[in-house]
Design a protein around this ligand. Structure first.
Ligand code: ATP
Ligand code: FE
Length: 335
């Protein structure tokens, strides 16, 4: 079975071709335009998707070494995401599926971040059910109990900002460009994680909160730069390391709690922040420390990509779970 996946939920246009559960191609066009604005501008994003989608899909099919007539189904991101961006992928997928007369398969982007673990990869184990998935991205922070491919329960989530947002907003305060997550991660590795302390939020149960941390960092920066205008410059690595240390601590505390409450010790991560070196290391350490088995995605499947959409498409195709052509892009789609 050959599945074409299309992802256009935010600011990356991506297309991928799968042969069963193996990736043949995964093309991502990053939109650089948003860096100037310090965040994603929805109107610019949908326009960029419009100019990118044809060449990106073409390239994915070429790279896969097949013709579009060989495709068996087309999977696309239905939501959650930015409406204008989703509409571009949705209408493109519909027209192509209609033209080729093959099934259309709508995919939930967050299920994609989780089920990316079922892409067949050398050296990567697929998590057995049930497992816990922590989705950490630009728009979400959730702990999901995954009972089966399409039987998922959110058992904890952020009550305000997502963890990726916490990275990006902290980075903005430090004068780092957008997205700041990868830069904070890089600088953090050169600094002392215990140089500065930020209090962790107190949130009930398995839920998260990151807006207080952002404010704490803001006040801290304001106070310190008042005393020393060069404070950020002189301590950038230590500040980044301390922010990262605090964030990883928050994520790990909740994961520990989730394993205690559910008795499940197979833990997978997904979403853009799962590219983070700190969380990857903390999870690896947890294997020997707590006896967990952890599943860490390959870098190219962490931030938005169409391979994760195509694998969900393949899993749905096997169940004959196809979409009607009147399916609509849904900005706030639940898992
Ligand atoms: P969602 O998946 O919730 O709809 P999204 O698709 O916008 O949101 P992703 O592309 O999955 O988000 O992730 C992007 C986020 O990941 C950004 O906030 C970015 O800063 C963050 N990120 C990427 N790499 C790293 C890293 N190494 N360390 C920390 N954060 C990172
Ligand atoms: Fe995402």
């Amino acid at each position: 079975i050959y599945i074409l996946g299309i992802e256009s939920s935010c600011d990356d246009t991506s297309a991928a071709v799968l042969h069963n559960d193996r990736i043949l191609s995964n093309v991502v066009a990053n939109q650089t335009i948003h860096a100037e604005y310090g965040g994603v501008v929805p109107e610019l994003a949908s326009r960029a998707h419009q100019s990118n989608i044809v060449p990106v899909v073409d390239q994915a099919i070429k790279k896969a070494g097949i013709t579009k007539e060989q495709l068996n189904g087309i999977a696309f991101t239905r939501g959650p995401g930015l409406m204008g961006s989703l509409l571009v992928g949705t209408s493109f997928a519909k027209s192509l599926a209609l033209g080729l007369n093959i099934p259309l398969i709508d995919v939930n982007h967050m299920q994609g971040h989780i089920l990316a673990h079922y892409i067949d990869e050398e050296g990567h184990n697929k998590p057995p059910f049930p497992f816990l998935a922590m989705t950490i991205s630009g728009g979400h922070t959730q702990i999901v109990k995954v009972n089966n491919y399409f039987d998922m329960e959110v058992i904890g989530e952020t009550i305000d900002d997502a963890v990726g947002e916490a990275y990006d907003k902290s980075g903005k305060l430090l004068g780092l460009g957008y997205p700041a997550g990868p830069q904070i991660d890089k600088l953090a590795q050169l600094g002392n994680p215990k140089a500065f302390q930020f209090t962790k939020p107190k949130v009930e149960g398995l839920n998260f909160s990151f807006s207080g941390l952002k404010t704490a960092i803001l006040y801290f920066i304001q106070r310190e730069t008042k005393a020393n205008p060069n404070f950020i410059k002189e301590h950038l690595n230590d500040i980044c390391a301390s922010i990262q240390y605090t964030i990883i601590g928050i994520l790990m505390d909740k994961l520990k709690r989730a394993t205690k409450e559910t008795g499940i010790t197979h833990i997978a991560i997904g979403g853009g922040v799962s590219a983070n070196s700190g969380i990857r290391k903390a999870l690896k350490d947890a294997e020997s420390k707590f006896g967990w088995t952890t599943y860490i995605p390959k870098f190219e499947y962490t931030t938005d990509n169409a391979a994760m959409i195509a694998i969900v498409g393949y899993l749905k195709y096997r169940n004959n779970d196809f979409s009607d052509f009147d399916v609509m892009a849904t900005a706030r789609l639940k898992i």
